[in-house]
Design a protein around this ligand. Structure first.
Ligand code: KG4
Length: 337
């Protein structure tokens, strides 16, 4: 089954062609980094306008790269939640029109489920059940993946996502946007034990919180500026990576152990962080868990992951009509999906 999939929930416009959920025939991505860099973060209206400009061209180039014609497409899958609402609406509208014009089914896909599915592409042997840790720019959660389309969320951030904490710290340090990869690179020359940063503890052992850490980073930088103190930026970046890692890695490993799972899959843009990847490898090995990490190109937003999850949603009977809407927020285990 060949699926054309569309992703436009934030600042990447993506159209992919996948076969039977696991094989990627084309994965076209247009990154809007250059547009938003000027503002130090994503400007929602500019993101929506850019999606509109490039989406049709991306679909054409995906067909060309996959060496298929329009009549080969069996279904169209699209991210319809969560994300910047104007941005998601562009993808949803495009996918609706494509499905209508081609006379094929339309499959609604939850963005977070798509992130988890990136691991099915990277690891053909991976099958549910397993524990998933999703760490991205807008979401941070730990879920029990019971089946391809059945999730149970054990815990999530109560406020900011881990990626938001990386991005805002990078901004206040003058590193620019997107900040996560820049903090990652800067941290390489730093001492992760130099700065003691807060790691929140909450009633639910699997819930997390990053807003206090974000505020602590901003205050630390501003206070140093006010008194003219020199900051050891590489060590500050390394200490931030450690604080975020200390918040998520033990919780994810503990969740997998408590569920009796032997597999832990990690997904989302922040999963590209080298310190966190190292800590996950160490902690998973210590706990006897098999760790599944997606390659860097599948960690961030992409269309292939939506096509992969779309295939399993299709098999589970999920379909959308021409009245499909978009949602800025929606839990990954919502009954709508
Ligand atoms: O998954 P993603 O592409 O978008 C969402 O679905 O949110 O994640 C983007 C986030 C951004 O916050 C970005 O700074 C972060 O992933 N990120 C990283 C790294 N690469 C991307 N964070 C830490 N270390 C990295 N190497």
């Amino acid at each position: 089954m060949i699926i054309m999939s569309v992703e436009s929930s934030c600042d990447e416009t993506a159209v992919a062609i996948t076969r039977d959920g696991r094989e990627v025939l084309a994965d076209e991505i247009y990154s809007q980094i250059d547009i938003h860099t000027l503002y130090g973060g994503v400007v929602p209206e500019l993101a929506s306008r850019c999606h509109i400009s490039v989406i049709s061209r991306l679909a054409e180039s995906a067909l060309k790269a996959a060496e298929i014609s329009r009549s080969d497409i069996d279904a169209v899958a699209v991210t319809c939640a969560p994300g910047l609402i104007g941005a998601v609406l562009v993808g949803v509208n495009f996918a609706k029109s494509a499905a209508l014009a081609l006379g094929v089914p339309l499959i609604p896909v939850h963005h977070i489920r798509g992130h988890i599915a990136a691991n099915y592409i990277a690891h053909p042997e991976l099958e549910p059940p397993f524990t998933a840790l999703v760490i991205s720019g807008g979401n941070t959660l730990i879920a029990e993946v019971k089946d391809y389309t059945e999730l149970h969320i054990l815990g999530s951030t109560r406020d900011d996502a881990a990626g938001e904490c990386f991005d805002k710290t990078a901004r206040v340090l003058g590193l620019g946007y997107p900040g996560g990869s820049k903090i990652d690179a800067l941290a390489k020359g730093g001492d992760a034990l130099k700065y003691h940063l807060p790691v929140a503890k909450l009633d639910n052992p699997y819930d997390m919180s990053f807003s206090g850490l974000k505020t602590a980073m901003i205050n630390l930088v501003h206070n140093a500026e006010q008194v003219g103190a020199e900051l050891d930026k590489p060590s500050l970046a390394a200490s931030l990576c450690k604080a975020i890692s200390d918040s998520i890695v033990p919780r994810a490993v503990e969740a997998a152990k408590s569920l009796g799972h032997t597999k832990l899959a990690v997904a989302g843009g922040v999963a590209a962080n080298s310190f966190i990847r190292g800590e996950l490898e160490r902690a998973a090995a210590e706990a006897g868990l098999k760790l599944y990490l997606a390659p860097l190109k599948l960690c961030g937003d992409n269309g292939a992951m939506i096509g992969c999850q779309g295939y399993y949603e299709y098999l589970a009977g999920k379909r959308a009509g021409t009245d499909l809407n978009a949602w800025a927020t929606m839990p990954a285990d919502s009954l709508l999906f």
